[in-house]
Design a protein around this ligand. Sequence first.
Ligand code: FE2
Length: 259
Amino acid sequence: MNILFIGDIFASPGRRITGEVLPGIVATEKIDLVIANAENSAGGFGITPNVAEELFSMGIEVLTTGNHIWDKREIYDYFQREPRLLRPANYPSGAPGAGVYVGKARNGVSYAVINLQGRVHMPATDCPFTKADEILASLPAGVKVRFVDFHAEVTSEKCAMGLYLDGRISALIGTHTHIPTADGRILPRGAAYQTDSGMTGPYLSVIGVEPQAVIHRFLTAMPVKFETASEWVELHGVIVGVDEASGRATSIKAVAETL
Ligand code: FE2
């Protein structure tokens, strides 16, 4: 089966290009399951119930997130109504929501999506490595297709997690930096891996934000108001082919689309 993962959908430019190009990618690449990181999908900060509904209505089955998940308060209660919206699993158990979803893809195959968050240069959370162990041990044996979005800042933590989980998952794709990396590969025990999928949003920017404000902040160390950039809107993601009987990845390729 083919899984499309769409990298961090950033604000309205990211949502617009996703809506426009997703049907074509699904048809051309024979996609069976669409997953997207949406932690910056509402104005660049967090996600709202309306934005989540908009993304689900485009044909995205599961939404993953990251450290910005708590930016919009109205999303907190939404977790109870919509289990397909995930927050990183290694937030302490008192936090709303869950970090794993088990479902059936449009081809009838059972799958699990797991959302984890790094701890290096990120908010303090529980250990993502032991949380992954716990979740993988709890999944039904019949759920062979296991996709992990690891939302983390540093490449070393992402590489380590990929190799740590190799043999137990189908794919681990990194998010959060908004910069696509060119290291997509299949690890020795069958997990597809890429350090970062990149962003779906405006690339004439500093990770989605209008550049002048960010440059001003670097020059002065003063607080500035961040506005969403608007130019060079691109969709970035990966397509992972998985053998559903074994759960091992058979292929990984980057996807890049412009309007
Ligand atoms: Fe993030």
